[in-house]
Design a protein around this ligand. Structure first.
Ligand code: PXG
Length: 445
């Protein structure tokens, strides 16, 4: 097996790849290279085994190296590597859409395919505008996002997002007509909540204030992550999402849930909207859809949204939008195999069963030096550290590095360590992850 692994590049060969969301010079001076993956683990270029506590980047929900996915991809490549889906089709695209509709929240049985979370977000924003236009409300073009929101890196997603570093360089090029709700992270009220925090539902009422300011007739959609991941795991206070839904309904504003991270079992149901019993109008997904094996995203739409476009002459394209690789056959094959694994191994609900164990394990880190919050839901957790004076993020970065050296890959964002392991995780893995992280936090001044 090792014979097929590409050898690690020499230091001088690292320059050409301009790495995404990476401190390139720092990384290249001291690279961390992964060369093999199986189950819960990666192996590094120097042959060390590292447990994956973040499912790659929140995407490898069924664990690494799944034989069924490899075989499905190989089979599809040998039968037909590519086929267009503009004015053409191929069977497994339809099969996949049907399979997804069957696990989707009620009514969300129309599926538009993309290649990433960012594309899913831009697609959902465009569908929102198109929907209102098709109903004679073309003036509804405004979007409401949320502070700390992450919706990918397209100009649309960046504009509705609320991550300062992702926005500030591109400030003058943001979409016009976007406003933001306040975020819901407040550890002065909610530190060490187990599951959803009790305090903060009233923050949803800020939407009424924005509606009063801009007038509902100008607003197309509100977009939020049910649980934000990238900003360091921000949970919705109890009742918050329901309140957003009520206000959107009252004003005929669409509600978009960005489920790129929360989708496909991360929170103990196929989608967070089912876990929280709040059904959006549009739902953006990617990542776990194809277990990260082949890039793919999907936007789920309520049938009424889709049907609003289906009017006028039948020879006219209803939505002028799509990607060369929308419903790429190889990605469809990977996604179908992934859905089979999810079904056979009951992975889309496994997080619910494991979550009490997970919750107890991660909350055992309360009381460790510099730990100012632990938050969790489903198979997600975050440990927030007190920042070092004048050096935001430095302490958590040191923790990330030391964990990696000791065989545990976590994700660092600001002063937060985020955990989102593959859904196949066993109790012994949870113990290993939490013991290593605890030890490293104890040792990191
Ligand atoms: N929406 C959400 C909610 C996401 O989390 C995207 C959109 C964009 O997806 P693509 O496939 O275009 O990257 C994401 C991506 C992290 C991390 O460290 C999170 C993401 C990507 C990379 C890192 O938390 N989420």
């Amino acid at each position: 097996m090792n014979a097929r692994i590409t050898p690690a590049p020499a230091q001088s060969d690292l320059e050409a790849f301009w790495m995404p969301f990476t401190a390139n010079r720092q990384f290249k001076a001291n690279p961390r290279l992964l060369t093999r993956a199986e189950g819960m683990h990666y192996w590094t270029a120097d042959g060390r085994q590292v447990i994956d506590a973040v499912a790659g980047l929140w995407c490898v929900n069924a664990g690494h190296g799944r034989r069924e996915i490899k075989e499905a991809v190989a089979r599809q490549l040998s039968v037909m590597e590519y086929a267009p889906t503009f004015q053409m089709g191929h069977p497994i695209a339809f099969e996949l859409a049907n399979r997804l509709a069957a696990i989707a929240p009620p009514g969300m049985d129309r599926v538009f395919f993309t290649n990433s979370g960012s594309e899913s977000v831009d697609t959902a924003l465009k569908i929102s505008i198109g929907y209102h236009r098709a109903r004679g409300a073309g003036q509804r073009t405004r979007f409401i996002g949320r502070e700390k929101g992450y919706h990918g890196v397209g100009f649309g997603g960046m504009s509705v997002g609320g991550m300062v570093n992702n926005r500030k360089f591109f400030g003058s090029s943001m979409l016009p007509g976007v406003d933001h709700l306040p975020h819901t992270l407040d550890i002065s009220h909610n530190a060490f909540s187990r599951g959803l925090p009790q305090w903060g539902m009233h923050l949803a009422n800020e939407l009424e204030r924005l509606v009063a300011l801009h007038d509902a007739s100008t607003i197309a959609a509100v977009i939020v992550e049910p649980i934000s991941g990238s900003a360091g795991v921000v949970l919705p206070p109890v009742g918050y999402l329901k309140r957003l839904r009520e206000i959107c309904d009252k004003h005929d504003i669409l509600l978009i849930f960005d489920e790129v991270i929360t989708g496909f079992g991360r929170v103990g149901k196929p989608f967070a909207s089912q876990a929280f019993d709040v059904i959006p109008d549009l739902m953006t997904t990617a990542k776990g859809l194809s277990n990260g094996a082949i890039p793919m995203g999907a936007v789920f739409a309520q049938r009424k949204i889709h049907d609003a476009f289906m009017q006028g002459p039948e020879n006219v394209i209803e939505l002028f939008h799509g990607y060369t690789y929308s419903a790429h056959p190889v990605a469809c094959a990977a996604a179908l195999a992934t859905l089979d694994i999810y079904a056979t191994e009951e992975l889309l609900t496994r997080a619910a069963a494991l979550s009490p164990t997970w919750e107890d394990a991660v909350h055992s880190m309360r009381g460790l030096p510099n730990v100012i919050d632990v938050r969790n839901y489903g198979l997600i957790a975050a440990v927030e550290l007190e920042p070092r004076a004048g050096k935001p993020g430095a302490r958590a970065f040191d923790v990330f590095l030391k964990c990696f050296e000791r065989g545990v890959m976590v994700r660092q964002t600001g002063d937060v360590i985020a955990l989102s392991p593959p859904l196949i995780i066993e109790r012994s893995h949870i113990t290993q992850i939490v013991e290593t992280l605890s030890q490293v936090i104890r040792e990191t001044a």
